[in-house]
Design a protein around this ligand. Structure first.
Ligand SMILES: *Cc1c(COP(=O)(O)O)cnc(C)c1O
Length: 358
């Protein structure tokens, strides 16, 4: 007879799963953060103004349940037919949670590429669903099996640009390939403002293609928590059934509405960060790194000498936090977020010093 153990109040899925660990968020201000792809610049001034205004507004009242002011502004700025194509969320992570809850049941399958954004696995685990990873090919394209569906495959998630690689699958390839799937394909465009193309047009042509975006990276609003999803209106209506009634607060709605309208601010910030990214990639290459060409606000690089962990530690000791990433069956490397020119120069000086040591 097995010895009876104390009965856990938690669902067995929980006991089996590992907690998702976000990147380090040190509390003191002494480390410069180049580890979680935040914007080194503050958000658009109009967004900050909107926060101040909203803070003296009617906070005793509930916010608009669908974040309607944001939807109206975003539909206009993005050239979408109307606000009913947009669902706002408390960060794009919440929208991913809503998607997985809405579409993937217990024992059903969800697919993601590898190496990629592993939060998707956590979301599948919570559902008691099964996740499967399809490895990227060496040129960071995806093999045909990524695009082959069957009945138990309920959802495919593709970060584009991908993390940690910063690489991008062309929308024309996505459109052709998505035809082979009979489940929805979510294109996670967290970094798309730093790329040359995006998949919004595909959403208008294909009800099974959905796009998620965030204000955390390109708009410098990671601390606010706001993201949005673009899909055909009947898809948005279904997903809205799952969200919390008031998933975005009044202050976040006001700030996000002002931010999405800050078109010139975004263009300037984007240009600055892309210029720094290119300079950074060039210098890393000169230091002997194998640098993956990036369409995002970070760079993935590996050095033939390996020992990326020591490089990460040397940077941290010098006051700069970068990301050491290690993946089964793929290996490890460094993901460095694009900071200001001065931050990037100082961090790369530390790497150079480490490489130069006897
Ligand atoms: C940062 C990130 C997100 C999360 O964005 P939030 O809006 O801050 O929740 C989603 N997907 C990918 C690939 C990311 O890197």
């Amino acid at each position: 007879m097995p010895v009876p153990t104390a009965r856990s109040p938690f669902r067995p899925e929980l006991a089996r799963m590992k907690a998702y660990t976000p990147g380090e968020q040190p509390s003191g201000g002494e480390l410069i953060k180049l580890n979680t792809n935040e914007n080194p610049f503050p958000p658009p001034p109009e967004a900050v103004q909107a926060i101040v205004q909203a803070a003296s507004g009617p906070l005793n009242r509930y916010p608009n349940p669908m974040a309607q002011p944001f939807r109206i502004a975003a539909a206009e700025v993005l050239g979408l037919p109307g606000p009913e194509w947009i669902l706002a969320g408390n960060g794009s992570d919440e929208l991913l949670t809503i998607l997985v809850r809405a579409m993937v049941g217990e024992g059903q399958r969800l697919r993601l590429p590898h190496p990629s954004y592993i939060l998707y696995r956590t979301l599948a685990d919570i559902q008691g669903a099964v996740w499967e990873e399809v490895p990227f090919l060496p040129d960071w394209s995806l093999p045909p099996e990524f695009w082959q569906g069957d009945e138990s495959l309920r959802l495919v998630l593709l970060p584009n640009p991908n993390s940690p690689s910063g690489t991008m699958i062309d929308p024309s390839v996505i459109e052709t390939m998505a035809a082979g799937l009979d489940c929805p394909l979510v294109v996670d465009e967290a970094y798309v403002d730093f790329a040359e193309t995006n998949c919004l047009d595909l959403v208008r042509r294909n009800e099974r293609i959905l796009v998620t975006r965030t204000l955390s990276k390109s708009y410098g609003l990671a601390g606010l928590r706001f993201g949005y999803l673009v899909a055909q209106p009947h898809v948005i209506a279904e997903l809205a059934k799952i969200k919390d009634s008031y998933n975005c607060d009044s202050i976040a709605i006001a700030a996000a509405t002002a931010a999405i309208r800050s078109v010139d601010w975004l263009a300037d910030t984007r240009a600055t960060l892309i210029a720094t990214r290119e300079r950074m990639s060039l210098r890393l290459t000169r230091l002997g790194f194998d640098v993956t060409p990036s369409s995002a606000n970070f760079v993935w690089c590996r050095h033939p000498r390996g020992d990326h962990r020591s490089m990460y530690e040397a940077c941290k000791a010098g006051g700069y936090l970068i990301r050491f990433m290690e993946y089964p069956r793929y290996g490890d490397g460094l993901r460095i977020s694009v900071g200001t020119d001065a931050q990037v120069d100082a961090c790369l000086d530390l790497l150079e010093k480490w490489l130069d040591r006897p």
